[in-house]
Design a protein around this ligand. Structure first.
Ligand SMILES: NC(=O)c1ccc[n+]([C@@H]2O[C@H](COP(=O)([O-])OP(=O)(O)OC[C@H]3O[C@@H](n4cnc5c(N)ncnc54)[C@H](O)[C@@H]3O)[C@@H](O)[C@H]2O)c1
Length: 379
């Protein structure tokens, strides 16, 4: 089969991980990349053996079927509309749009042209999350009735060239920056969200930037940076959430799911691998064997020396194959919009003093079949 041709708009930090993913794939090929900073696209093109072109040239290339939008959240909607106007399918980094109100028009425009929207995160397609889902689907922990997710740190400013927007300014904060990983991980296990509630506060209103070119600057924090709340799923399960940029250390794990017959402790949803653990009733924790599933072998050494499995691009491979096979793709726009509605819902809930019902539809994505590599998407 000829690889499906992909274009990328936005060649900043995260594009490296997608370009690496593309290099591993036989099913897709990145034909061209573009950025409003042509020198950035040129440097990545040289490093990864692809072509740098202008955004206009990329959108006019008749061979390119899917265009990835890896720009900044505030222009996600605008760039996705450009891609749709050019008649191409979109795969967009998270959040699908900076504001929930911008998401439905993007999905509507794509639908009107018979085009698909896909979006990050695709980490839930990884071995650890699929193996955990397999256990739940097999009834190992009984019926999930509750859970808890925790993302609490002193901030992840180091991940961005300019941390202030993602971290401390309107449109950023721990929920919008990191929440999509956790909520998508939960939807993969438990299906759609019914309503959310939270208390959201800003405990440290002026913060010093600790890394990057703005180091030492003191900035005003415009968003809540500590959310405690809960999600009620349509299934009836009830999951506690804590998201914060204000915590130096804690002893809570990423994601736990409590079932009628046992408990499941899941791995970091920012990555694809790790070792989930499961208990039966009151028994000890047991490691879950994830080796039957693809995309779990560590392939990225992090700054702190630990190894993680990072297979970003698998969601695009699944979408490309889904287009060929005329089936739904897993990391899809409806789920991205549902997740964004919930993420904004936590802050709204706190401001308005009430639960927020999530209105947008979302279906639990299909499980990923067992197997060793991307060939599983050919089934
Ligand atoms: N950095 C990370 O670790 C990380 C991880 C996961 C997801 N993300 C997400 O990926 C996206 C990009 O993040 P990043 O860290 O790569 O940011 P970045 O600032 O490093 O890169 C963004 C790139 O988009 C380009 N750009 C901006 N507007 C454009 C436009 N209108 N047309 C063409 N190019 C444009 C910029 O010139 C820049 O090169 C964000 O949505 C972010 O939430 C980032």
């Amino acid at each position: 089969m000829e690889p499906v041709k992909i274009g990328i708009i936005g060649t900043g930090n995260i594009s490296d991980w997608y370009l690496r993913g593309a290099q591993r794939s036989r099913l897709i090929e990145v034909k061209a990349i573009a950025d409003i900073r042509p020198e950035a696209a040129q440097a990545k093109a040289e490093a990864f053996g692809t072509r740098a072109v202008t955004v206009d040239e990329l959108l006019k290339d008749p061979e390119i079927e899917i265009v990835m939008n890896l720009t900044l959240p505030m222009v996600h909607a605008e760039v996705s509309h450009q891609i749709i106007d050019a008649g191409k399918h979109v795969y967009v980094e998270k959040p699908i749009t900076a504001h929930f109100s911008e998401a439905a028009p993007v999905l509507k425009a794509a639908k009107a042209k018979g085009l698909r929207i896909g979006g990050a995160p695709d980490t839930f397609l990884g071995a650890a999350h699929q193996a955990a889902r397999g256990l739940v689907d097999a009834g190992t922990i009984g019926r999930p009735v509750g859970g808890a997710v925790t993302f609490m740190t002193r901030s992840s400013a180091h991940r961005y060239a300019n941390p202030t927007f993602f971290i401390f300014k309107k449109g950023g904060g721990p929920m919008l920056d990191m929440g999509a990983y956790y909520l998508t991980q939960l939807i993969n296990i438990m299906g759609p969200i019914k309503r959310v509630t939270a208390v959201s506060t800003n405990g440290i209103p002026r913060r010093e930037v600790i890394q990057g070119p703005l180091t030492g600057e003191v900035i005003d924090v415009e968003v809540p940076t500590f959310h405690n709340g809960a999600i009620e799923f349509a299934s009836g399960a009830n999951v506690a959430i804590s998201f914060s940029w204000e915590v130096h250390r804690h002893r809570r794990s990423h994601t736990e799911i409590y079932g009628t017959e046992g408990s499941l402790s899941m791995t970091d949803p920012n990555f694809f691998g790790g070792t989930p653990q499961v208990t039966n009733a009151g028994g000890d924790w047991q490691d879950v064997d994830i080796s039957a599933y693809a995309f779990g072998t560590p392939n990225r050494v992090m700054d702190d020396g630990r190894s993680e499995a990072d297979y970003r691009m698998i969601g695009v491979v699944d979408m490309a194959m889904a287009i060929r096979q005329n089936r739904p793709h897993r990391a899809n726009g409806d789920m991205c919009m549902h997740v964004l509605e919930a993420l904004e819902g936590f802050e709204r809930s706190s401001l308005e003093g009430r639960h927020i019902t999530i209105e947008t539809p979302c279906e639990r994505p299909a499980a990923v079949p067992k197997g060793k590599d991307e060939e599983i998407f050919l089934d």
